[in-house]
Design a protein around this ligand. Sequence first.
Ligand SMILES: *Cc1c(COP(=O)(O)O)cnc(C)c1O
Length: 399
Amino acid sequence: MTLSNGRSYLAIPGPSVVPDRVLNAMHRASPNIYEGPLHDIVDSIFPDLKALARSSGNVAIYIGNGHAAWEASLVNIFSRGDKALVLATGAFGFGYAEAAKGLGIDVSILDFGRRTGIDLTQLTDVLKADRNHEIKAVMAVHTDTATSIRNDISALRGCLDDCGHPALLMVDCIASLACDRFEMDGWGVDVMVAASQKGLMTPPGLSFVWFNDRAAAAHGSAGLVTPYWNWTPRTESGEFFRKFCGTAPTQHLYGLREALDMILHEEGLETVWARHQKLAQAVWAALSRWGQEGPLRANVSDQSLRAHAVSSVSIGAPHGRLLRQWLEQNTGVTLGIGLGMATPQDPDSDGFFRIAHMGHVNAHMTLGVLSAIEAGLIALDIPHGSGALSAAAEMVASA
Ligand SMILES: *Cc1c(COP(=O)(O)O)cnc(C)c1O
């Protein structure tokens, strides 16, 4: 017998759960695109996007997913053959690097593996060796959604400054924005990319590039920029249709407006961050208890390097795949796959899974996912430590 009927829960790290309020806001007849409420909504979205990133710079909106934002950020900065340094702590770092390579950018990658953060000593060595300052930008991912490593972006800026290196700092916050604290101005980030379908609780289809004045200055010599991707006409001062280089993503904008209201004007960004932190700690408490016996382990052992939006878990092949299948078939919960975690012994990443706790999630959803996992561990006879659910509940109770 299956107990999966009822509301299903996609607990993968993107697309995340879309609030009914956001869906309802999108459920409307096509609005007038020449004047009226849609224009007002768009005018209100730009300052809110900046508030979300703690940025006093500019932001461009694209119809596209995270990969579109990657490409947009790159073409507005680089010319073919320019040098970029990518700091990789998981599959998304390599993805950003691939996007750059595909555009003819000369990319070098510092690979820090899949279980720990960026090593500033190694970065310092590379920056100091670049005496002629040929590296135009250093690219990093705030939360790598594959490994659930969260990098210290402020420390990266400190490292660039200490080395006296003028490279731009470009950061992918697709999985961290509105989940983990991020301070674009305060941390000295020059370019930042995000997308609608993760912490922003809106269906996939919108992505964003924030940039400061340093980045805008570099844009002047960017040889890769094309009319569609050019960020300048898209900033808030442009004519309405130029903000989207064509037809606006009408219903998506209504959805985004609702989501920004919920995050910024109702719950409040600091509270949203605190909620994510507490729910993450509940997940970690369960992972730690389960791991006291048997094969289950949090991918990142150092808690200060763990994302608040997603947890990657190793459990040994084929347990990861079997657990995901069991949960979907029997509980209505879909967990994330082990992305980029393949090893020669486990080429299909069957020994991994990921739990999303990003965006529109609360205590009962997170405790529910954890309970469903516990049921799966029991049903599949996977050895595990006891007390995980009470440990998670205690964390919630201490909120
Ligand atoms: C999801 C994600 C992406 C890719 O986004 P798509 O919308 O799938 O193109 C890139 N970077 C990070 C950190 C992500 O979490």
